[in-house]
Ligand binder design. Structure first.
Ligand code: NAP
Length: 243
C-alpha cells in the first residue's frame, strides 16, 4: 500500500457528502486535496470545515461542461488520484412519464461528465496514479418505479472502468459502489422523511444502520493505495445488496 503523504488528490464533488468524507480522510492521511464543485460558496464553506493546514484548494467547475473540465485540470496541474463522487438527484418518474430534458441533464452530469473527466485527467496524472468513479446501490436494487435511468447510469460505471483500466494502463481505474449514505443529497430528495427511510432501511441491513461519509471514505483510500487494484467495482453497502 502506498502512503498518501504529499500525494495530490482531486475530489470532484468534494464540497459535500461522500466526496467531502473522502477529502477529509485523504487530508488525515497526509494528502494535498483539491475539492471541486459548481458552487463557489459551497466550496468555501467546505474548505473552512476541512481545515487542512493549507493543504486544501477549492476549484469551481461543472463536470458537465468540457470547457470547465479542461480548465480544472490546467488549474490543478499534475496530480496523483482523481476521485469523482459528483452527482445530482436522479430522475424518479415511471418511464412512461419521463421528462427527457431532465433525463439528458442527469446523464450528461454523471456519465458524460465522467468521460470528460477521464479524457482531461489522463493528461495530467502522475505515474502510479488512479481514477475512481462512483456508482451505487441503485444499479443492484433499483427503486420501483422510476429507477431505470439511475440504474442504467450507475450500472454502466462497472464496464466503463473495465475498459478504461485496459486503455489507460498502467493508470488504474476503479469504481466505488455505496449503499445508502447519510448525505445532503438525501435532505434535498426526501427532506424530513429521511429519518423514517433511514430507520426502516437501517433495521433491515446487516450493518444495522445507514452509513456516514466517513464509513465509505476508506474504500476510496484503499483503491488509491493498493497498486494492484484496477478495473474493479468495490461494493460498500453494509450488506444492503443482500436484503
Ligand atoms: N448518498 C447516497 O446514499 C448515495 C448512495 C449511492 C451512490 N451515491 C452517489 O454518490 C454521488 C454523490 O452523492 P452525495 O450523496 O455525496 O451527494 P451530495 O452530498 O449532494 O454531493 C454532491 C457533490 O457533487 C457536486 N456536484 C454535483 N453536480 C456537479 C457537477 N455537475 N459538477 C461538479 N460538481 C458537481 C456538488 O457540489 P455543487 O452542487 O456545488 O456542484 C457536491 O459537492 C451521487 O452521484 C450519488 O448518486 C450516493
Amino acid at each position: 500500500m502506498t502512503n498518501l503523504t504529499g500525494k495530490k488528490i482531486i475530489v470532484v464533488g468534494g464540497s459535500s457528502g461522500i466526496g467531502f468524507g473522502v477529502a477529509a480522510a485523504a487530508l488525515e492521511n497526509g494528502a494535498e486535496v483539491v475539492i471541486v464543485g459548481r458552487s463557489a460558496d459551497k466550496l468555501k464553506a467546505a474548505e473552512k470545515r476541512l481545515g487542512g493546514a493549507g493543504r486544501v484548494t477549492g476549484i469551481s467547475a461543472n463536470m458537465a461542461s468540457e470547457t470547465d473540465v479542461a480548465r480544472l485540470f490546467e488549474q490543478a496541474g499534475a496530480f496523483d488520484h482523481l476521485v469523482a463522487t459528483a452527482g445530482t438527484p436522479p430522475p424518479n418518474y415511471p418511464v412512461g412519464e419521463a421528462d427527457m430534458d431532465f433525463v439528458r441533464q442527469f446523464v450528461d452530469g454523471k456519465l458524460i461528465g465522467a468521460v470528460m473527466l477521464a479524457k482531461h485527467a489522463a493528461r495530467k496524472l502522475n505515474e502510479g496514479g488512479s481514477m475512481i468513479f462512483t456508482s451505487g446501490i441503485n444499479k443492484d436494487r433499483p427503486p420501483v418505479p422510476g429507477g431505470s435511468v439511475v440504474a442504467a447510469v450507475a450500472g454502466s460505471f462497472t464496464y466503463f472502468a473495465r475498459a478504461l483500466a485496459l486503455e489507460l494502463a498502467p493508470t488504474r481505474v476503479n469504481i466505488v459502489s455505496p449503499g445508502w449514505v447519510d448525505t445532503e443529497m438525501w435532505d434535498e430528495i426526501v427532506g424530513a422523511a429521511k429519518t423514517g427511510y433511514f430507520g426502516e432501511m437501517g433495521a433491515r441491513i446487516p450493518a444495522g444502520r445507514i452509513a456516514t461519509p466517513a464509513d465509505i471514505a476508506p474504500a476510496y483510500l484503499y483503491l488509491m493505495q493498493n497498486e494492484f487494484m484496477t478495473g474493479e467495482t468495490v461494493h460498500i453497502d453494509g450488506g444492503q445488496r443482500l436484503v
